[in-house]
Design a protein. Sequence first.
Length: 334
Amino acid sequence: MPLIPQTPVSIPNQVLPNGSQPYVNQMNFSQAIGRVQSWNPDATAMAGQWINDAVRKIYDRKTWYSLMVKGQVVCPKAVNSGKATVTLGSPTVVGTGTTWTVDLIGRQFRFGFQNPIYTIVDVDEVGQALTLEMPWGGDTRSAGYFIVGYYYNLGPNIKYLKSMTNVIQGWRMWTDRTQEYLDNIDPWRQAGGVFPWCVAPMPTDSAGNYLVEIYAVPWVQQVLPFRAYIQPPNLVNDDDQFPPYIRADVVVKDAIAKALVWRGPKLNKYYDAQQSAVFTSEFENELLHMADADENLYRTQVQDPSEMSMNMAPGGSMWDATHAVMAGGGWGNL
């Protein structure tokens, strides 16, 4: 299971640009600030903020090719050796005949299917005890258990999960399902094995990171490759570069527009509302052209429905064998 990264650009199981620029933008961060300052030298302290505001605005307009990354979800095999003792009202689980290690932190603990799914937040390897995210709400008991990976952190800068693939079964997983959908078809989350076919977003984790549930839960070790779009960190250093194919000259137009009306006509001797409106209009027009050019790099604005669905016709014995369906099977029960 991916660990929570320490910095926005150091993400286990994601492949990010290595820092070298495959495509040269017209200017770096310092040069962009200089361009803004040429229109209002008094706005030195604000120029960097306006540029970051403008580039974030651009990031939100579409799924830009240069913001797409690839990664993988590493699903661990189930742990179920020994027995576990849970106590009503306590977050501590005590193991007997177990070999629990800190590797279990972040995975989910279960006693059967009629109790909630609890995430493990700490492991005492010496005392063989787990700490759950919430106090145990079921009956006090000692019995068999299982620990699996239901939930996965794809990274703190994920904006949109585009695709994920089950390479063992050879199908593209659905990435547009919701928790409510899963609650309808399998509220106990009983389905599992080597057949994950769905990704559903969860509430963020305690650090605010994007979290997803993999369904049906993997019981064996397997790897699910994915593609996603990210939110790059702010530009900070003078030589920081804009993402490839994001035109710096378009970014600065929005920043200059703000610089020309900053603090109003009484406090800004460079105030020019008319020229600010011109730059704003140019920014919006050039952004449309940049979006068109981006479509030539990777088509996202128009999609073939077959691209976004699983390559398997719903229904039939194969479908029923690899998906959670009610008694009687069939697509109509989903």
